[in-house]
Design a protein around this ligand. Structure first.
Ligand code: MN
Length: 378
């Protein structure tokens, strides 16, 4: 059995830069979704994947250890270069050898398995909303539209060490695996993803169709997909070498729990991490922007649309003269009251421009008689 891969990335319809990266270099595949401003996000996702690829080629350690090393490299760069301070990235990687797919994962990008028409998520989102769902505070459906749905609880490069989820999947010929950033699974449902993957057998066209669907649904984020088809044929020679190596190391557990050494290491750095987290939170908040509502007007905010205990984690930066009500009636901006996240100040301004344009053209088509009747209910 061998793997045939197709990968694609797209800036989407709102963002000003593409901070996603992917790796499609059989038998290693990965997606990374960077954060921390334009420059930081791009640097983080590229640096993490470059490091991962280099270590994988050298055959140093297993995938999870290679990602932990990538974490260290990104973290150190962020400490050294003020322009990328606070940067980080998600990273979902898969390597295929000997009929087994090994997954290693941090963040909210995802891996899916499509087997005989049924889709299954192979990774767990490391997000605040996922934690809230697990605690029973909100439902899955509420999580999907939650304003902080992209706030991560774990990322590569933001702390000196990171815990990496691991999983293995015994692949059956005909399986299709998808790695994707949240720009895909945040825009369309798992059922829609499954439908597209099932409808298009060519992996390149399937990848393009997924991106097109996410853009049609709004494209509010960068979109990255890697489609892996497992078909009849001989495995990549490097994959066989990797498999031999993996056998020497011995079988990996399905999902590593914090064991012995790793627990001790985590505890010894816990204090340092807490300190970094407190300083980091301030720095991080300063780098966060969103578009929301202030006094009934569309406004640009610095921070995140949340309050923790009695601390407001945001302040108004600019209030526009666009009425929030007018924006709320337009489908893409219905959630503006909860805040529309942006990666930078420039991007927040860009979102405001789009809202202003949409509101004006809606007003024009309403004045022109007929029009498309955007939300007469409210
Ligand atoms: Mn994203």
């Amino acid at each position: 059995m061998k793997v045939v891969a197709a990968a694609a990335t797209d800036i989407g319809r709102v963002r000003e830069g593409n901070e996603d990266s992917y790796l499609s270099d059989p038998p290693l595949f990965a997606v990374a979704d960077g954060m921390g401003g334009h420059r930081g996000g791009e640097v983080a996702s590229h640096l993490a994947l470059d490091t991962l690829e280099r270590l994988f080629r050298k055959g140093r350690g297993v995938l999870a250890e290679q990602i932990q090393e990538a974490n260290r490299v990104v973290f150190e760069r962020a400490q050294l270069d003020r322009k990328v301070a606070g940067m980080g990235t998600t990273l979902t990687a898969a390597s295929f050898a000997d009929g087994t797919l090994r997954l290693a994962h941090v963040g909210d990008s995802r891996a899916y398995l499509l087997r005989e028409g049924t889709i299954q998520v192979l990774t767990e989102d490391h997000t605040l909303v996922h934690r809230m769902v697990e605690k029973g505070e909100i439902t899955e459906a509420e999580a999907d539209v939650h304003p902080y749905r992209s706030v991560l609880t774990r990322a590569v490069g933001v702390d000196p060490a990171v815990h990496v989820d691991e999983a293995t999947v015994e692949i059956v010929q005909g399986d299709r695996v998808l790695l994707c950033s949240d720009g895909l699974h945040g825009m369309i449902t798992d059922d829609e993803i499954a439908g597209i993957l099932a409808a298009e057998s060519d992996p390149n066209r399937a990848a393009e169709d997924l991106i097109e669907a996410a853009n049609r649904a709004g494209g509010v984020d960068n979109i990255t997909v890697v489609v892996l088809d497992f078909v009849e044929g001989d495995e990549d020679p490097l994959a066989q070498a990797t498999a031999a190596k993996a056998r020497e190391v011995g079988p990996r557990p399905r999902r590593s729990r914090g064991r012995g050494k790793r627990v001790a290491l985590s505890l010894s750095i816990a204090a340092a991490v807490t300190l970094v987290a407190l300083i980091g939170l301030r720095v991080w908040l300063d780098a966060q922007w969103y578009v929301g509502v202030s006094d009934g007007r569309v406004a640009v905010y610095n921070g995140i649309p949340a309050e923790v205990l009695w601390f407001r984690l945001h302040h108004v930066s600019v209030v526009t003269d666009v009425r929030a009500n007018d924006a709320q009636h337009l489908a893409p901006w219905a959630g503006i009251a909860d805040g529309i996240p942006a990666n930078s100040r420039v991007e927040a301004d860009h979102i405001v421009e789009r809202i202003t344009k949409d509101v004006r053209s809606a007003a024009k088509s309403a004045a022109g008689g007929g029009g498309q009747g955007t939300g007469s209910g409210a």
